[in-house]
Design a protein. Sequence first.
Length: 323
Amino acid sequence: MTLTQDRARGCLLGLAAGDALGAPAENMEPAEIAARWGRLTEIEGGGTDDTEYAIFAASLLVRHGHELTSADVAAAYRREIIPSVLGPMRGAGFSELGTVQALRRGLEPPLTGKVHAHGWSDGLAMRAAPYGVFCPGDPAEAARLVEQDGLVSADGEGINGGMAVAAAVAVAMTGATAEEAVEAGLAAIPADSWTARAVTRARPLRDSPERLHEAVVMRHYPWTDLAPEAVALAFAAYLHGDGEVEESVTYAVSLGRDADTIGAIAGALAGAGRGEGGVPGRWAERVGPATGTCLPVVAGRHVLDVADELARGPAEDEWARGL
């Protein structure tokens, strides 16, 4: 196994583990989590849309490589996601739901990411890690590619969040320190953006959940899926754990809010740096093939197989080429 393949496996396994570990704590406050679990350390169930959309994003990269465009992403939504949405979208975020509605109306990107009210959702950030895996050591290219994905479903800060995560993962894939990876994430987005300001505020407060919440949580907004908030909390958790997978992820999900996404991002970053062996074995054993509950097209796909495909680069894979 090559070092790139090992880190690719660690990244997506860490993402899936963080997603599953954080799922029971989604929309909870740190005090509620502490009262119920003390600290969440064991995976109780399966992953959510974070893992399944990351698998879908990886398929786009395996299919199109560095030539991926927003038109390719929109076509994949129409071909592989929309036909299976016969009723309510199960397990989908607001941005993905709004995107499907926009595509059904015949709109094209970037309008598909602008017409709904959730352009700043963390839906892109949650699935951005494969772009970093695909571009190890090249954060600018990782950010450029994930932006093409984001133009379909996000806008503004939603895209910034995805670009920051993809760039940070690309650098973590080189074995860089957590500080270096976070710096790369910040360098990929405008310094005066909401996301960059949130990450900058969170960094020195990484060891205090209460102060982190005071610094970045938007109490007046009714939903917890804000990209600037989720990315800032995930980066803070990754820094708190100094890139170690279990400490980064358990701390991430203890922060509550969009806990599965925060855990998934922190797990992806830490796993990219530490490799497959850095993910606790007991967690790895709990990560099975995707159920397809959120995206039927990815049912049966395991993140380890997906990681191997990303590490190999574009290939003539029948599943990845789509239907």
